[in-house]
Design a protein around this ligand. Structure first.
Ligand code: MTE
Ligand code: MO
Length: 255
């Protein structure tokens, strides 16, 4: 189902009760949720949307952090532009925020580090069957979008990444992901520049990667270069909202 803005705001208000939070916690922690992903997907999406638009994914203690968080997918984007950014420690790198916004932005890492931030210790679940717990620190997406000013038509935020899977066809094989507005303004949705209190390593998405903690691993876009506010997804990539979604993963990667 889709939510219009008025219902979405109502949902945010309704979610502010402890009862709702504990119901959602149980769903998030249910081990079955991972095993029967496609069958559970619509149930999970319904629960997150209708019961608790702002319910939090579980957070862990510092002693729970995995000593060896696996790096997966692209470990270092190909292409000269990205290599040049690594060589200069991302000094000239900019995050572009455009599309359906009132004020397009081009932000340096220092500007992003100055935005309202959040740290969270969470469990990352990859559909390939492994999980790791890590600490992420980054800019909250909601205030950043507020700075850009979403136009009323905006319904999704597309995250365009630096890496491509096919060097012969980089433009049609570029990694991307998308968030609906409920996820975009969720308190645990951040653009992380630190992992486990260190500058985000290249293998994990330097200089900036998404953490949207109620979602599976493939949602956590690394090497984010550009945020584009759009009203539809059908003209982006293969039209299903993300690189792996276009290759038949579920678009809603809720857990
Ligand atoms: N840009 C980009 N983002 C990506 C990927 C990728 O290949 N490229 N892989 C995804 C998958 S499937 C997973 S499990 C996580 C892995 O993140 P990690 O390397 O920090 O473990 O990143 C996700 N985000
Ligand atoms: Mo993954």
């Amino acid at each position: 189902m889709t939510l219009d803005r008025r219902n979405w705001l109502k949902g945010v208000g309704a979610a502010a009760t402890g009862l709702v939070l504990s119901a959602c916690d149980r769903i998030t922690q249910s081990p079955q949720a991972l095993g029967v992903l496609s069958a559970a997907e619509h149930l999970t999406q319904g629960a997150q949307r209708l019961i608790g638009a702002r319910a939090l994914a579980r957070e862990y203690r510092p002693e729970d952090i995995s000593p060896d968080f696996k790096a997966n997918g692209t470990l270092r984007p190909m292409g000269e532009a990205y290599q040049a950014h690594v060589a200069s420690s991302f000094a000239d790198w900019r995050l572009v925020v455009d599309g359906l916004v009132e004020r397009p932005l081009s932000l340096s890492l220092d500007q992003i580090r100055a935005l309202p931030a959040r740290s969270q210790i969470t469990r990352h679940d990859c559909v390939e069957g492994w999980s790791s717990i890590g600490k992420w620190t980054g800019a909250r997406l909601a205030p950043l979008l507020q700075q850009a000013g979403l136009r009323p038509e905006a319904r999704y935020i597309v995250l365009h990444c630096a890496d491509s899977y096919d060097s012969r066809h980089p433009e049609t094989s570029r990694y991307y992901e998308s968030l609906d507005l409920v996820d975009a303004v969720h308190p645990q949705t951040i653009l992380a520049y630190e992992m486990n209190d260190q500058t985000l390593p290249v293998a994990h998405g330097a200089p900036l990667r998404l953490r949207a903690e109620r979602h599976l691993g493939y949602k956590q876009a690394k090497y984010v270069m550009r945020l584009e506010a759009v009203d539809r997804l059908d003209h982006i990539g293969g039209g299903r909202g993300g690189y792996w979604e276009d290759r038949n993963y579920e678009r809603y990667a809720g857990i």
